[in-house]
Design a protein around this ligand. Structure first.
Ligand code: SF4
Length: 62
């Protein structure tokens, strides 16, 4: 599973970082992914972060 954050859509509220800090971090006002290939043990939290993102900025490729 791969993940990315669309920087044009991210509103920088940090919700994804709160849910899944193993994958997401803030850089300035935007979230970025620490690693594009999601370790299996982080997949559920990563999906949860994508569902919780208010801007629908997290793109997952299963
Ligand atoms: S939850 Fe979505 S909008 Fe909020 S910081 Fe993360 S990617 Fe950006």
């Amino acid at each position: 599973m791969r993940v990315m954050v669309d920087a044009d859509e991210c509103v920088g509220d940090g919700v994804c970082v709160e849910i899944c800090p193993q994958i997401f971090k803030m850089v300035g006002d935007l979230a970025v992914v620490r690693k594009e290939v999601v370790p299996q043990e982080c997949e559920d939290l990563c999906r949860e972060a994508a569902e919780a993102c208010p801007a629908d900025a997290i793109k997952i490729d299963e």
